[in-house]
Design a protein around this ligand. Sequence first.
Ligand SMILES: [Zn+2]
Length: 545
Amino acid sequence: MAQTSLPPAKIPNLPNLGDTEREDLSPLMERKLGEEIMRDIRRDHDFLDDGPILEYLNNFGNALVAARPGARGEASFDYYFFAVRDPQLNAFALPGGFIAVHSALLLAAQTESELASVLSHEIGHVVQRHIARSLGKQRQDSLIPLAAMILAALAAKGGAGGDAAMGVFMGGQGLAIQRQLNFSRDAEREADRIGFQIMGEAGYDTSGMVAFFQRLQTATRNYSDLVPAYLQSHPLTSERIADIQARVREQPYKQRLDSLDFYLVRSRARVLQDESTQGLADAKAFFENQATQQTGRQQIAAGQYGLAMVALKKGDAALAQEWLDKARATIDKPPPKGTFSAAKPAEPDSIFVSTSIEIKLAQPDNKPMIAQALKEAEAAHTQFPLSRGIAHQYGEALIAAGELEKAGVYLREQVQLYREDPDSYDLLAQAYAKQSKLALQHMALAESYVLQGGVLSALDQLTLARKSPDATFYDQAQIDARERELQQRRREELGDKKKDKDLAEKQGQQGSGFSITTSHESQTPADPFARPSPWSLSGERTKEK
Ligand SMILES: [Zn+2]
């Protein structure tokens, strides 16, 4: 499925020098730095670009953020939560309110309170501006090399294969950044304290924090080759645990029922973290056990839902639909008398609804199936107007059903409403392509590239649009205007890079690790699409479409 959760509103190009009086990175610069890093991460193969997972994490994480007035800081940024495929138990905060959780940690958390404890702790680092404070003000005019170094440090922390990244990037500066990403003990305690308050305010069981730390320690004992990275980057002292336990004792115990979506999203993550034959076989065995050995309805349904996802990945849509229907029936069944159970959800679960559409859209040659997908997507779009994933599915279904005029009208409306949504532009380009509207197709693709940071690629698309035989006089005028804007933007970016280069040369003379920037510059001026990402350890990179 295409990326469905919207990135938070982007900050337009800002003057590169922040407030020179500050001792820390200004909030606007911090955000810009975070966005720069996110551009690389979003294109990485290990970014879990899955609508339901992103929507769940962002609803869940932003509810925690809302429990802390002032958490958005003086610049009032939105937080953005996402998951990466990674077998290490870890989570981390990037500059500017971007918070990542590793797939393994999402799977290791047994309750929403446990997940909340980790995310709240990371929110605590952002609220206290630990990263901005440690990066300091001296680098305010060098965001791009700084972004590259943070990515390198993250990759290096990732373990296996990290040495390669270390070799390239670990000059003195890079090493210093990595040390800064490992916060001080004081910073960890502060993040614990704030995370604890957030959990309590948001209504989670604060003992989940202790439970989860203990679970991480158990994981270390059981798998000696799997040292939880979370404990490395967030060293767990007995003092820290004692602090938390003391706070837990002061609070009344809160029983909290986990949402069905928590279980469903974890089933998706289990399938998506490893789609190899072996990975799917392991997931299948896990789900079979979960669906038959567990007693809770949500657990059983999550196992059945997981089996639906495995079947879908194996290309067996009919079996996928069968398991999905079983999962839904498990939830809809009234609980046995006298059993304490979560109230039956008042309306259908959005993940069940979107998965049903996903399964049908996976059968493009089956006309009745596509017609059914369209019917379901139309109803779902009305029922869940805030879901970007379902909004995209409706567009996909219109295109698959050949309702191209209607798809065009709908998607043009979507890109007007959600101006930061490259997926809607991609779908719009598809609709135009099927209608052989070449100029419009290239113009839509150009906008998608702009939103993903590829200004050069966008300019290429505009050139193709201009050359298209069907470009009208009106199109030409639009293309010219847009081209001028983008060239202006590119000149500004080159200006930024010039500063970076100057700095790199200056630093190079001092024998520091900044020289890597210079080589970036010579290969790929101003097009971040072409920049290699040190994030990915697999060496696999998703290039532009
Ligand atoms: Zn921490």
